[in-house]
Write a protein that binds this ligand. Structure first.
Ligand code: AMP
Length: 188
């Protein structure tokens, strides 16, 4: 299955992806993780960090080659879980084009929605646990704004394709996961 997760930072996309990877046996493609894996001291890593550290989206010329390279690997031939990608309507169009060449399309878009006050709380807690440079109050508000202005419109793009499943991300991780499985089942 080809599945896209869309939700603001702190919505629980990574957590739910890890669970789904096990139950569906498809790889988890997190552009945030892949960008963070770029060696921080390398010239490329410095450019990447200059975006991540302030909560801005990295440009497509950096993101798209990472995604297409990963999608060309053996384990991604029959599906994957996109986490943090696409983040703009343009990226969604590029992904549609790429998948069209393979004669496949996105099966489901899981929209995880969570109340803003819950998000801030979760992200600040995550900051303590994971020591992520971009989990501080200032960068979090920049990332939420980027989500609102650039990523939320991606939902509209997919609504046009009729494959968006609404998931209440305010619930416990177990209940969110149950709702995801039920939603995916209904699309088979
Ligand atoms: P995430 O781990 O998904 O929260 O992503 C962390 C940061 O990586 C984001 O705030 C962006 O700076 C960058 N990033 C991740 N995915 C993308 C993407 N698809 N396009 C542009 N920048 C991205």
């Amino acid at each position: 299955m080809w599945i896209v997760f869309i939700g603001p930072p702190g919505a629980g996309k990574g957590t739910q992806c890890s669970r789904l990877v096990e139950s569906l046996s498809v790889p988890h493609l997190s552009t945030g993780d892949m960008l963070r894996d770029t060696e921080r001291d390398s010239p490329l890593g410095k450019v990447v960090a200059s975006y991540i550290d302030v909560g801005r989206l990295a440009p497509d010329y950096l993101v798209m080659p990472i995604v297409t390279k990963r999608l060309s690997e053996n384990d991604c031939q029959s599906g994957c879980l996109f986490d943090g990608f696409p983040r703009t309507v343009h990226q969604a169009e590029l992904l549609d084009e790429f998948l069209k060449q393979r004669q496949v399309r996105i099966d489901a878009v899981l929209h995880l929605h969570v109340k803003p006050e819950v998000l801030l709380d979760r992200l600040l807690k995550r900051a303590e646990l994971q020591n992520r440079k971009d989990d501080n109050k200032e960068t979090i508000s920049a990332r939420l704004e980027v989500y609102r202005t650039q990523t939320a419109p991606v939902l509209q793009h997919y609504r046009g394709q009729g494959n968006v499943l609404e998931i209440d991300g305010d619930q416990s991780a177990d209940r969110v996961f149950d709702d995801i499985l039920t939603g995916l089942e209904s699309r088979k």
